[in-house]
Write a protein that binds this ligand. Structure first.
Ligand SMILES: *Cc1c(COP(=O)(O)O)cnc(C)c1O
Length: 402
């Protein structure tokens, strides 16, 4: 039984009035404490401490101390997570690490339809190193077998697919890959903070994630990198002074710090990390199993409403798996005119997003979304479709970010 009071939890966030916010999978809502804390960091720490703050306010430790806050949320051991740079850059580090651990193999396996930055980074690495040291193949995840991985150095997969919202079996896939000597990198962008997982029990090799989605760290907040303890001897391909064993000795030659710290490169944003740290404090004392149960209850409720609606049955197809065990924390519907429909919903105060070619995503953040949010979204979608309001010219215009 969950002991979480979800109304109280929701009240810890600033949610704009008269808005149904279903895009926490893209940018999490602002925790009230983060607002207060950032103000404090700027007006007392930065303003008054100035450069001393690196010591007196432990700014220098933030990438590792925030990593320690992330660890329990993803089932990682202490000393295995660092919060820095972006998911994309951390992925570059994880990929080169796999090639180093698995020397002798040069193939990186990706899934068809992978989030673009993931395949861009892998292909970019292949171009940089040359095809004999790194090449990529992309496979249909449904057809993933030990044979397809038997020559791979690494398999890179999203834990939850950003378009369909499908959740992958971390345990089974990791074990399958490792049984043929292939390492696994999990992209946790759409699962960290919403789905319970145990990276140690699943014996995951590497993982990367964002803090601005379900972890609510703020727009452009830094990413994180998980490196299993057994792989922490590898090199950082971007060795910078922040990962040096003796940072302020200013030695002419690089010597990597022991442990996860070596995956740091340069100076990180204290403001951004302070925001992430404050936002993560909302998770303290919450069991991820309870959060996952809430997420499933919300998406299940939304799917039931979709099933019961004759309008939606004829206009919108469910893309997200129906089975709880295979569903992340969003519901994706495929429909004609998906882009203008998403814009008409937003104009109605139901904040969703659109993904090519025909998907509207309804993201449910278990920390602050409610069953009534799901009901509102369904009612609004029915109204937009039956009124054909989405045909209005203003809903056809695309901004840079959709
Ligand atoms: C959001 C997301 C990213 C974003 O990467 P950044 O480096 O933070 O821009 C990467 N991969 C997946 C699967 C995502 O959903």
């Amino acid at each position: 039984m969950s002991t979480i009071d979800f109304d109280k939890l929701r009240s810890r966030f600033h949610i704009p009035t008269r808005k149904v916010y279903l895009d926490g999978n893209s940018l999490g809502a602002l925790p009230r404490y983060t607002q207060e804390r950032l103000h404090q960091v700027i007006s007392t720490e930065w303003a008054d401490e100035l450069v001393s703050g690196w010591n007196t306010k432990q700014w220098i430790d933030l990438p590792l101390s925030v990593g320690e806050q992330i660890a329990p949320i993803i089932g990682a051991a202490s000393g295995t997570v660092v919060c820095c740079d972006s998911l994309s850059i951390n992925l570059f580090k994880a990929l080169t690490a796999c090639l180093e651990v698995n020397e002798g193999r040069s193939l990186i396996t990706l899934e068809d339809g992978q989030f673009p930055t993931d395949s861009y980074i892998a292909d970019g690495l292949s171009q940089l190193l040359g095809a004999d040291r790194c090449r990529t193949q992309s496979v249909d995840i449904a057809a993933l077998t030990p044979e397809t991985l038997s020559k791979s150095a690494a398999l890179l997969l999203s834990h939850v697919d950003y378009k369909s919202g499908a959740l992958r079996d971390m345990d089974a896939i990791t074990a399958m890959a490792q049984s043929v000597g292939c390492l696994v990198i999990w992209d946790l962008a759409h699962s960290a903070g919403a789905i319970d997982m145990d990276l140690e029990a699943s014996q995951v090799d590497f993982a990367v994630g964002c803090t601005y989605k379900f972890l609510n760290g703020g727009p452009g907040a830094p990413g994180f990198l998980y490196v299993a303890e057994r792989h922490q001897e590898v090199q950082n391909p971007l060795p910078g002074w922040m990962g040096h064993a003796r940072l302020f000795d200013f030695e002419a030659t690089y010597e990597a710090a022991p442990g996860i710290k070596r995956f740091l490169t340069g100076t990180q944003s204290v403001l951004a990390l302070s925001a992430v740290s404050a936002s993560l404090s909302v998770f303290e004392g919450l069991a991820m199993q309870d959060i996952r149960a809430r997420s499933l209850a919300l998406t299940r409720h939304f799917i039931t409403r979709w099933e019961q609606s004759t309008v939606l049955q004829s206009y919108a197809a469910l893309v997200t798996p129906f089975d709880d065990a295979q569903r992340g924390s969003q519901v994706s519907l495929a429909l004609e005119h998906a882009f203008p429909v998403s814009q008409a919903l937003i104009a109605d105060g139901v904040i969703v997003d659109f993904r090519e070619p025909s998907i509207v995503r309804f993201g449910f953040s278990p920390l602050y979304n409610t069953f009534s949010d799901a009901d509102h979204a369904i009612a609004s979608l029915e109204a937009v479709l039956t009124s054909e309001r989405y045909r209005l010219p203003q809903f056809q215009i695309r901004s840079t970010v959709t």
